[in-house]
Design a protein around this ligand. Structure first.
Ligand SMILES: Cc1cc2nc3c(=O)[nH]c(=O)nc-3n(C[C@H](O)[C@H](O)[C@H](O)COP(=O)(O)OP(=O)(O)OC[C@H]3O[C@@H](n4cnc5c(N)ncnc54)[C@H](O)[C@@H]3O)c2cc1C
Length: 438
C-alpha cells in the first residue's frame, strides 16, 4: 500500500471544529488494496474511516482507527456523451468533475454552494443545491462501485443490487468504501443569475409562486432584520451577460469573503455591534444579473470559516420554522453573525436522503468560528425536530439513532443492510455509533 504515513497522522476538517489522530493513513492505489485493507482490519479488530475533502462539520469523517484517503486510487474516467453518463473515481473533486464534463459539453444538472467536495463525500451525506424540481446530488447517481465492510466489491445500480443502490447513494460511509461512481449528466448549460434584496414577509407570502417560477431559488435572511437577499438561477440560451473579472472578484471574493470576514471579526470582538453589522450587510447587497457556465454560477468561493447546522423540513413548515428562528435569535445570550440560508429540493427514494419521500425546504443556520453556537443550534434543532425535520448528515446536529429512526421510514432497513455489509463494524466511528448504534 503506497504512502502509509506515520501512525500519528493528525487530521482536522475545513471548519477546524473536528480533529482526529489516525493510527495509520492508508492511500490504496487499487480497488484490490482497498478490499485487502478492509479485510485486514476486520481480522485485527481495527477500524477504517475513509475521508473526502473534510468539508463536513460533524465528526462523520473522523476516525479513531485508520484513515483511508483515495487520492492515489488508480481509476480512469469514462465519458459517454451519447448517453450523458460519466464514470469517475469516487475521490475526484466536484471541481475536477465539472471541468471534465465541460470539456465534453456536459454538466451536472444541479450543484451546491461549493465544489471542493469529493464526489463520494458529497453523495455520502446527501449534499444538495436548490431547485424545486431537483433532488440532492445523490439522485444523479446511475451506478456505483462499493467495497463493502466485508471486503466484497459490489457494482450497484437500479438493476444490480438495487437495495444496496437505494441505500449507498447516501451511505454516510457506513456501508462500504465507494471507489467509482457513474453520474447522469445533462448537456452543458448557461445560467442567468438574478440576485435582489427583498423583505422576508413579502418573500414568504409569495413563496410557492417564486419557487415554481424559477429553476433554482434560494434566499438569505439577515438576523435582527426583516431583510433577505433572493437568488434565482434560470437556464438561458446564451452567455451574453458575463460578469467582468473585476466585478466577479469584487462581489464574490472581496465583498463576500474579505470584507465579510472583517465584519465578522469586528462582531466577534464587539458582539453588541452584530445587529448593526447584519443590517449593513443586508443593505450592502444590491441587485445584479449575470450569466455564466452553470457550475461557475452555482458554486462560489467560501473563505470565511463558520460552523453550520442545516435541516430539511417538509416544505410547508418553512414559515413556522423561520418565525420560531427569529424568536430564538432574539432571545440568545450571544449574537449571531451569519445569515440564514433557505433552499428547496424535490422528493427522492434514497433511504437516508433528507428528501426521502417528500419535497423539502432546507434551512441552514451558521455561526462565525470562535463565537458561541451550541445553544443556538440546539434551540433550532428542537423546533426543526418537532416539525419533522431531518438534519443534514454533514452538518452539526445532536440527534441519535432513537430520535432519527422515526424521521426516516427506511431507517431500520438501512441498519439491517449495514449489519449485512459491515458485520464487524470496520467502517464505524464514535459519531456513526451515535447515529446508527453500535
Ligand atoms: C464551505 C462549505 C459549503 C458547503 N456547501 C454545501 C451545500 O451547498 N450543500 C450541501 O448539501 N452541503 C454543503 N456542505 C457540506 C458538504 O457538502 C458535505 O459535508 C460533504 O459530505 C463534504 O464532502 P467531502 O468530500 O469533504 O467529504 P468528507 O466530509 O471528508 O466526508 C463526508 C462523509 O463521506 C464519507 N466518504 C468520503 N469518501 C468516501 C468514500 N470514498 N466511500 C464512502 N464514504 C466516503 C466519509 O466517511 C464521511 O462519512 C458545505 C460544507 C462546507 C464546509
Amino acid at each position: 500500500m503506497a504512502g502509509t504515513a506515520p501512525p500519528t497522522a493528525v487530521w482536522s476538517n475545513w471548519a477546524g471544529n473536528q480533529h482526529g489522530t489516525a493510527t495509520a493513513v492508508l492511500r490504496p492505489t487499487s480497488v484490490a488494496e482497498v478490499a485487502e485493507a478492509i479485510r485486514a482490519a476486520a481480522t485485527t479488530g481495527d477500524r477504517i474511516r475513509v475521508v473526502g475533502s473534510g468539508h463536513s462539520f460533524t465528526g462523520i469523517a473522523v476516525t479513531d482507527g485508520q484513515r483511508m484517503e483515495l487520492t492515489e486510487l488508480d481509476g480512469g474516467t469514462n465519458v459517454d456523451t451519447e448517453r450523458r453518463l460519466v464514470t469517475v473515481p469516487a475521490g475526484m473533486t466536484l471541481r475536477a468533475l465539472n471541468d471534465l464534463l465541460a470539456a465534453h459539453g456536459l454538466a451536472l444538472p444541479n450543484l451546491g454552494d461549493i465544489d471542493a467536495q469529493t464526489v463520494a463525500g458529497a453523495i455520502s451525506t446527501g449534499t444538495h443545491g436548490t431547485g424545486a424540481a431537483y433532488g440532492c446530488l445523490s439522485t444523479f447517481v446511475a451506478a456505483l462501485t462499493l467495497v463493502t465492510g466485508a471486503g466484497e466489491v459490489l457494482r450497484c445500480s437500479a438493476e444490480e443490487h438495487p437495495d444496496v443502490f437505494a441505500a449507498a447513494r447516501v451511505g454516510l460511509g457506513a456501508l462500504g468504501v465507494l471507489v467509482e461512481v457513474t453520474l447522469r449528466c445533462v448537456d452543458a448549460f448557461v445560467l442567468l443569475a438574478h440576485e435582489r434584496p427583498a423583505r422576508l414577509r413579502a418573500v414568504l407570502d409569495d413563496l410557492p409562486a417564486l419557487v415554481d417560477a424559477h429553476d433554482h431559488v434560494e434566499f438569505y435572511w439577515f438576523p435582527y432584520t426583516d431583510r433577505v437577499q433572493v437568488k434565482t438561477n434560470d437556464r438561458v440560451p446564451a452567455d451574453d451577460r458575463p460578469l467582468s473579472r473585476l466585478r466577479g472578484w469584487l462581489d464574490d471574493d472581496f465583498l463576500s469573503n474579505t470584507v465579510f470576514a472583517g465584519a465578522c471579526r469586528l462582531g466577534r470582538a464587539v458582539p453588541a455591534l452584530a445587529p448593526g453589522i447584519s443590517a449593513v450587510s443586508a443593505r450592502a447587497l444590491t441587485e445584479r444579473r449575470y450569466t455564466g457556465r452553470s457550475d461557475r454560477v452555482f458554486c462560489t468561493p467560501r473563505r470565511v470559516r463558520f460552523v453550520e447546522m442545516e435541516y430539511a423540513l417538509p416544505r410547508d413548515a418553512l414559515p413556522t420554522a423561520l418565525d420560531a428562528l427569529r424568536r430564538i435569535v432574539d432571545r440568545l445570550p450571544f449574537k449571531v453573525l451569519f445569515p440564514v440560508e433557505v433552499r428547496f429540493t424535490a422528493a427522492d427514494d434514497i433511504w437516508l436522503s433528507h428528501g426521502y419521500g417528500r419535497d423539502s425546504a432546507y434551512l441552514a443556520i451558521h455561526q462565525y468560528v470562535g463565537m458561541p453556537y451550541e445553544p443556538y443550534l440546539r434551540a433550532f434543532e428542537e423546533v426543526a425536530t418537532e416539525l419533522g425535520g431531518r438534519p443534514h448528515w454533514g452538518k452539526l446536529h445532536y440527534r441519535d439513532a432513537a430520535s432519527l429512526a422515526p424521521a426516516y421510514p427506511r431507517f431500520a432497513d438501512f441498519l439491517a443492510l449495514r449489519a449485512r455489509l459491515d458485520p464487524d463494524r470496520v467502517l464505524t466511528n464514535p459519531h456513526l455509533a451515535r447515529l446508527l448504534g453500535p
